[in-house]
Design a binder for this molecule. Structure first.
Ligand code: HEC
Length: 163
């Protein structure tokens, strides 16, 4: 009996470690469904390995008030390599602060879901909310509310921040 228990416990520890290893090797990307995406943002998961702008600053766009943008590791690599079309896994999280500088009150997110952006930007998933429950949100691939401005950027990237 004891042996069975020890084996079971060892197995449990092994599985837990294997889980951690998989979590570390699989990409930390904004989830593609709304509820998990909001949870991922709320938990600040992007802060684990995304590269932030040096500081909170006023938005140059319509995003309203102060913002701070974080780039995914794939996007950072692409920019450093001088790529102007980003790979799948490129992602940006923009923290929205409105008039303040300390409290994040909303998020705008983009994630490249396929290698080609396409004429309507359907290679990008767009999301924006200022609603803590996420009920009022803009969400979708190639969302027309977002693509008008963003298609003028470098493969839909508008910010001039280069890590
Ligand atoms: C009127 C133009 C405009 C519209 C519409 C717009 N954006 Fe932006 N967006 C910008 C500008 C300009 C920036 C550069 C950073 C800044 O100054 O805020 C930006 C930055 C971003 C960023 C950071 C990455 C980047 O490209 O720089 C995200 C994420 C983002 N916007 C998401 C969205 C989403 C989601 C929508 C649609 C709901 C949207 N934007 C609509 C102008 C726009």
């Amino acid at each position: 009996m004891l042996l069975v228990r020890v084996v079971r416990r060892t197995l449990a520890v092994f599985l837990a470690l294997a889980g951690i290893a998989t979590a570390q090797t699989s990409a930390n990307l904004p989830p593609r469904r709304r509820a998990p995406l909001l949870a991922w943002l709320g938990a600040g998961r992007y802060a684990v390995d995304y590269t932030p702008e040096p500081d909170v600053h006023p938005s140059a766009g319509p995003h309203g008030g102060n913002v701070r943008i974080w780039y995914s590791p794939v996007l950072v690599e692409d920019l450093r390599a001088g790529r102007t079309a980003f790979r799948k896994g490129a992602a940006m999280v923009k923290e929205l602060y409105r008039g303040g500088r300390n409290e994040v009150v909303g998020f705008a997110v983009m994630r490249k879901v396929r290698p080609r952006s396409g004429p309507a930007g359907r290679g990008w998933l767009f999301y924006e909310t200022l609603d803590a429950s996420g009920t009022i949100a803009i969400f979708g691939r190639g969302h027309p509310t977002c693509t008008g401005c963003h298609r003028q950027g470098v493969d839909y990237l508008q910010s001039s921040f280069r890590p």
